[in-house]
Ligand binder design. Sequence first.
Ligand SMILES: Nc1ncnc2c1ncn2[C@@H]1O[C@H](COP(=O)(O)OP(=O)(O)OP(=O)(O)O)[C@@H](O)[C@H]1O
Ligand SMILES: [Mg+2]
Length: 268
Amino acid sequence: MTLDNRKSIVQARKIVKIYDTGSVKVEALRGIDLDVKRGEMVAVMGPSGCGKTTLLNCLSGLDETTSGNVFIEGTDLARMKDDERTEYRASNMGFVFQFYNLLPVLTAVENVEMVLLLSGIKPKEARRRAEKALEIVGLKNYEKHRPSQLSGGQRQRVTLARALVNDPKIVWADEPTGDLDKKNSNEMMQMMKSLNEKLEMTFVIVTHDPDVAAVCRRIIHMEDGKIVKDVPITAKDALVHPKGIDYTSCGDRDTGSARISAQEKASM
Ligand SMILES: Nc1ncnc2c1ncn2[C@@H]1O[C@H](COP(=O)(O)OP(=O)(O)OP(=O)(O)O)[C@@H](O)[C@H]1O
Ligand SMILES: [Mg+2]
């Protein structure tokens, strides 16, 4: 089956997100239509403040849209009850966020297995699967280490292990390599690519880094709350923003408040 015949796992229709802080209203998403098919690996790029994190939060159901619909596997997330949505996320989605905290008092393996224990998997099975996930990300010998005893790159791999331990259909990543040096960043991307190719895990990855985006198969560029370009990586100008923004000088830092408020929910 070619990718084009596959079913959409994500369908967004006319989504609008307005943040109303009382004195000012910010229209962070201005009518987004987007389909992501199962097995795709999509990069979302665009200048700081254009709405990338907000889009990820709205698509994954971490945040509510102001209007429009998001269907995940044909189901409208907004119509799910809160606990249904949380349960759906826990069993079908993985999250790799920079500020998606690991619990400092837990070891690497405990941080990873926690996701499974919370969804009712028996402790022995949870431990087995957590160990396997850590092995996949190259941390076989670091199971007993606490986050403070790991490097930034290793911590980020624990986060990836935690994202994939429940065998999710879709993984959302917001600047997954933002804190990493080139070597760790490449390794992280190769791991995600291999999961995408071998297990057909779907990835939607927000990044400023053209090298990270280049590993993906489809590139979406945003500007001011809209999608302004959506092309396969094979397009010769795939990594060029229509307005000519130079991504190499953007830096990887992200201080968007959307991520911090909504993404904290993901760790619950
Ligand atoms: N909780 C919030 N309350 C009010 N405004 C917000 C909130 N979160 C984000 N915004 C605003 O919405 C717009 C989009 O923010 P968002 O965090 O989605 O941008 P981004 O593309 O992820 O940027 P960056 O690359 O810096 O992370 C910005 O103008 C931002 O100031
Ligand atoms: Mg952001």
